[in-house]
Design a protein around this ligand. Sequence first.
Ligand code: OGA
Ligand code: MN
Length: 229
Amino acid sequence: MKLLLTAAAKSVHRAAFYKSSARYLNSLANSGLKAEPLLMVGSSRALVHRLGTQVEVRSAFINEEEEAELLRELEPGLKKKRYEFDHWDDAIHGYRETERVTWGAACQTILARVRSVAFASGSSLLGPVHVLDLDKTGYIKPHVDSVKFCGSTITGLSLLSDSVMRLVKADSPSEWLDLLLPRRSLYILRDQARYDFTHEILKDEQSLFNGQRVPRQRRISVICRNLPA
Ligand code: OGA
Ligand code: MN
């Protein structure tokens, strides 16, 4: 009984420990004014602090109307494609995707806001926006985006579903960071978080954040990248 209590107390302590680092990160990202729910947990407090300036998750970055606007524009094109399940060597399983250069006015406004928070003004961006539609059973395996085509920053809006993004240090897999990506949130990965860590989107069966289940539905991401220097 004593042992059990000790273990339970330890795990409560651990949860509180990460929660406070994650709160600190959220307060950095949001000027400390809003009480944000926990969106990041990591293998150590040091790692959470170190990566803190290079990883951001902003919940409710778009509202329901803006999400609907994006879907209205994206669905017709996506629906013409089949989900790909058979390329087992690909980084992504159960997906269809498209790239879009021209957007309607409402979506342009949303994308301008994404770019203004994620990229320094005057940086060169990859022209087409990448749209990735993951089936409910789809997932993204650990990978690092090509350094040939993509620069130091990757930012993405998540539509239709919550999900968990996991970052793992490529040369030291015991170092990891889990991000809760709520539906309609924006994430930003920069620098080391983008180059030295793999990122992945967990499949439904493994979709846990901080020990809590995060059911995965179909998920569409709208991803902007800058160009390599
Ligand atoms: C990718 C990727 C993440 C996402 O397409 O390279 O990692 O949010 N996507 O869909
Ligand atoms: Mn990627």
